[in-house]
Ligand binder design. Structure first.
Ligand SMILES: [Fe+2]
Length: 480
């Protein structure tokens, strides 16, 4: 591990430029902006304030920072705002950590952590447009709503009380103009609540499914028939859980994946009267992110990034509140691999095939193809096939042919690569562009790289220079 890499990663993850309103004129852009992007907007969300007072919060607990890039012939306009959640306002006023997080304890000892009030819903994970507002998602509470133009925070979003008091998954999906939400309640079992809202925010479909064990769920996939979830059975370290309740350690330290159990997927029918299907996978698997899923005449097909073993702790190289991030920590675990999983209709046994030798995460695809066959899957990757995140590459996998080699482009040394977002030329074409944030923290800058999605390995066709922005988690493309 070089000092440069550690410095670059810490600068990239902990950058906190605050509210931004800036214009990058076309004359400053390296290359030409594709006119197909004009009138569209790229959204992204991630932790934008992570070094809080004297402490470094776990990046999962950094405050949500939403960025909106608008494209025109004149150039690119960036507006960035924090999500003004309850915990953000408290900590902005105090200038220090005030609310315990899932993975972050408060300084000042156990007594302070026990007495602390509030839920650290930092709204830092996802962003999408729904009706007249943006929704920013977080694991464990309601999403927040933002004004789509000003990015002003409107408050927690419960869809008229539909998800009041529930713990939502950070990921939401949109298909056939429906917003699909999943909430989860944990105990010895997991109670999942699925809801599909239409444009008038009526609940068109809902289903409650009680799974026989406690699972870890962050994302899900959709087919016309099913919601698809990873099995991801959790186990609790009771001693550490007791310590967490006593204010002597974050909740995250007390949970883990139970690797003694085989890999499974849950296929939950969207038809409320059809039975749950529990699908055995060929080997151990923990799913954090799904790609797409669809149905053929013979099978349900699911693309997912799978860890053969997943242990909580050390995400993003987090070493605690008073140590710098160590980007070599994720290298110690088996990386996430992209698999195509085939589940024959009527069967409870899946087969699978690894789609590329590279580790892949942040899978994305044509947004109009949600739940349907799609020709290409894009992702963030690592050029060295042994390792996963932090990522240095962007790749494209041809899902229609096993013979097509993966297209991969790798950023310069110590430049980190974020989630690629696919911006289609039009809803019904397969052509489009990939929008990818590059963090060149040693040069104190970020660059928004734009690729022709059909020629990822040819490199960016345009790069937009930007101030150094913190590494984001997830984003979305708003078509013109
Ligand atoms: Fe995610």
């Amino acid at each position: 591990m070089t000092a440069d890499r550690t410095l670059a990663w810490n600068r990239a993850m902990l950058a906190s430029p605050g509210d931004l309103d800036l214009q990058v004129p076309a004359s400053q852009i390296d290359g030409l902006l594709p006119p197909d992007l004009f009138g569209g907007r790229l959204l992204s969300n991630g932790p934008g304030w992570t070094r809080i007072g004297q402490e470094i919060a776990h990046p999962f607990d950094g405050h949500g920072y939403v960025r909106a890039f608008s494209f025109s012939a004149e150039g690119v306009q960036l507006k960035a705002r924090f999500v003004r959640s309850e915990s953000y306002e408290m900590e902005r006023a105090a200038g220090s950590l005030q609310v315990r997080g899932l993975a972050t304890d408060l300084p000042g000892g156990a007594w302070r952590s026990i007495r602390a009030r509030g839920v650290r819903n930092v709204a830092n994970t996802t962003v999408l447009q729904w009706q007249d507002r943006l929704l920013v998602g977080w694991e464990g509470g309601s999403p927040h709503a933002l004004d789509p133009q000003s990015l002003e925070t409107l408050g927690p979003e419960t869809f008229g009380g539909v998800i009041q008091g529930e713990s939502s998954l950070a990921h939401m999906r949109m298909a056939s103009k429906r917003l699909v939400l999943v909430s989860i309640g944990q105990g010895r079992s997991s109670t999942l609540r699925f809801r599909e809202l239409d444009a008038s925010e009526q609940v068109l479909a809902s289903r409650v499914e009680v799974l026989p064990e406690m699972i870890f769920a962050h994302d899900f996939a959709l087919t016309p028939d099913h919601y698809v979830l990873g099995g991801n059975p959790m186990r609790l370290h009771l001693g550490k859980l007791a310590k967490s309740f006593a204010g002597m350690g974050p909740f995250f330290d007390a949970v883990g994946i139970d690797h003694s159990k085989p890999g499974v997927l849950y296929l939950v029918p969207r038809d409320p009267n059809a039975p749950l299907r529990i699908i055995s996978l060929p080997g151990p698997a923990t799913v954090i992110h799904f790609g797409n899923a669809h149905r053929t005449d013979h099978a349900t097909i699911v693309d997912a990034c799978l860890f053969s073993r997943f242990d909580f702790g050390g995400e993003f190289g987090y070493c605690g509140p008073h140590k710098e991030l160590d980007p070599s920590l994720p290298d110690a675990r088996p990386p996430q691999r992209l698999y195509r999983i085939t589940i024959p209709h009527g069967s409870d046994q899946a087969t699978w095939r690894q789609l590329t030798p590279y580790a892949v995460d942040f899978p994305s695809f044509h947004p109009a193809h949600e739940g349907q066959r799609t020709p290409w899957l894009f992702g963030a990757a690592r050029r060295d096939t042994q390792f996963g995140d932090p990522f240095d590459s962007v790749l494209a996998v041809d899902l229609s042919s096993q013979d097509t080699p993966t297209q991969i482009w790798t950023a310069p040394k110590e430049v980190f690569v974020g989630e690629p977002i696919f911006a289609p030329k039009a809803e019904h074409t397969e052509q489009g562009h990939l929008l990818v944030m590059l963090s060149d923290a040693l040069a104190e800058e970020s660059r928004l790289a734009i690729f022709d999605a059909s020629q990822v390995d040819a490199g960016p066709i345009a790069q937009v220079p930007l101030p150094l922005l913190p590494v984001a988690f997830h984003g979305d493309w708003l078509a013109p």
